[in-house]
Design a binder for this molecule. Structure first.
Ligand code: TRP
Length: 471
């Protein structure tokens, strides 16, 4: 089987594709809006700590699992847990990851679809002049538009995944990432000329109040933004050539990903602090990315009219390189496990996930039932009320509930098992061999973090949330 396994076409291939997976709506859409909701400063600091002490080590652990087994999530655990106690548990961790991936891909596709409509909107603004956008609430409430945009995105993802690893995924990532970085840099420079930049930096880099629920959100987002905790990096790692340095690759990806997330915050907050009316028109911060940036392009920048549509194409592609990685997890599992051919596997997986996507697309206003969806019937008292608070933070709406549960609970718990698996159960020789080429102290340090630091931190945060019962 190993002979047939596709590999990245070049030594940079893995880094580019994994960075493509990591960099996406998590950085451009989600992080700026949750950091805003959670009051900036301390939330950002906790997030950075979570990236360094938990997210990156788990990423390395996942790549180690993938590359040493040369298999995708579930079969990888099956192979590496031979002779280990409680093998069933590890198989379950694999399947749990796959299910989480399907859910994340499901709701992620909805936001990805918004990049298409923003692109079209910007084309209009560029040709006919910048004017009032459709109120965001109205856009969200348009069910057929929401489902249609998501469907377009889902089909595009499937068409690329069908073509295989080095053929589709790698080529796209290689070309698009640098352009995205370039446009973001231009936006960042512009943001620094705005009046609101002082307040922005103050908001981002000074201490603020933070509770356990926000700490869990920062931890969950560290997993989300690095695409770890559910096995995507196991799958990508399984295509990684043996000679490449796992630790270096993970550090590069983590650095780039974090850099872009902070950049995105500075750009958007500077706009919000400069033009309070944009902040008001935003209604809810969910659409921040799609509302703030056009303001900068169309009112401040000489070439904004040209760059604005290009920017939203790139947002779409950043999302695409992420949706591809999530779909690839499902597809490679179907291929490895039940020997489907790639095409059938892709069509099957994409259609299945689209059921979740459609429900999510309708849950931001279009369908009253889905918009008001509450787990446990919205219980506020008794054990169900407790669960509702702790697990879902009383979120309402199918989309919000899935997002909250998958990124705040499923990914950190998946991450907990992945780090303990590599830290305690994986054959020591295998571990050392996968990290060959790194200084011995670094290898020992990583092992220490995987055994003691990362799992403990995840456990502490979960304990804290329970103790604060979700507050
Ligand atoms: N990391 C991506 C982003 O920031 C999203 C993503 C891709 C993801 N693959 C994932 C999130 C796997 C969780 C799990 O946009």
């Amino acid at each position: 089987m190993n002979q047939e396994r596709d590999h990245w076409g070049s030594s940079l291939g893995f880094v580019l594709a994994a960075a493509g997976s990591a960099i996406g709506l998590g950085n451009l859409w989600k992080f700026p809006y949750i950091a805003w909701e959670n009051g900036g400063g301390s939330f950002v600091l906790v997030y950075l700590l979570c990236i360094a002490l938990v997210g990156l080590p788990v990423m390395m652990a996942e790549i180690i699992i993938g590359r040493s087994s040369e298999l995708s999530t579930v079969p990888a655990f099956e192979k590496l847990s031979q002779g280990v106690k409680a093998r069933g548990l590890w198989r379950l961790v694999g399947w749990g990851g796959v299910a989480t991936g399907a859910v994340v891909l499901g709701y992620y596709t909805v936001i990805a679809g918004w990049s298409i409509s923003s692109f079209v909107q910007c084309l209009k603004w560029s040709t006919q002049g910048y004017g009032d956008p459709t109120p965001f609430g109205e856009f969200l409430g348009n069910g057929s538009l929401q489902v249609g945009l998501a469907a377009l995105f889902s089909i595009t993802t499937a068409l690329i995944v069908m073509r295989g690893i080095s053929g589709g995924i790698e080529k796209a990532a290689r070309f698009l990432m640098p352009v995205l970085l370039l446009i973001l840099s231009i936006l960042l420079i512009n943001a620094f000329t705005l009046e609101g930049i002082g307040k922005t930096l103050n908001f981002l880099f000074s201490f603020s109040e933070i509770g356990w629920a926000a700490v869990l959100e920062a931890l969950g987002h560290a997993f989300f933004t690095l695409s770890v905790g559910m096995g995507a990096m196991i799958t990508y790692g399984s295509y990684m050539p043996k000679g490449e340095n796992i630790a270096k690759a993970a550090l590069a990806i983590g650095f780039l990903d974090t850099f872009i997330a902070i950049m995105a915050c500075i750009i958007m907050y500077a706009i919000l602090f400069t033009w309070p009316e944009v902040q008001e028109s935003m209604q809810s911060p969910v659409g921040m990315l799609f509302i703030t940036i056009p303001q900068l392009f169309y009112t401040e920048m000489a070439f904004g009219r040209i760059l604005a549509p290009v920017f939203f194409i790139l947002v779409g592609f950043a999302a695409l390189s992420s949706t591809i990685s999530m779909l690839e997890v499902l597809v490679s599992l179907l291929v490895d496990k039940i020997k489907l051919n790639r095409k059938t596997a892709t069509v099957g997986a994409a259609s299945g996930v689209f059921v979740i996507t459609a429900l999510c697309a309708l849950s931001n206003g279009a369908s009253t039932f889905l918009t008001n969806f509450n787990p446990f019937g919205g219980a506020t008292e008794g054990p169900l009320g407790y669960l509702n608070r702790v697990l879902f933070q009383n979120k309402t709406g199918f989309f919000n509930v899935l997002d909250h549960f998958a990124s705040n609970w499923c990914l950190p718990i998946g991450g907990f098992f992945i780090t303990t698996f590599v830290g305690y159960l994986l054959d020591r020789k295998l571990f050392d061999a996968e990290l060959a080429g790194n200084p011995g102290i670094a290898i020992k340090g990583l092992r220490f973090i995987l055994r003691y630091v990362a799992p403990l931190l995840i456990a502490i945060v979960i304990w804290g949330v329970n103790r604060g019962s979700g507050h």
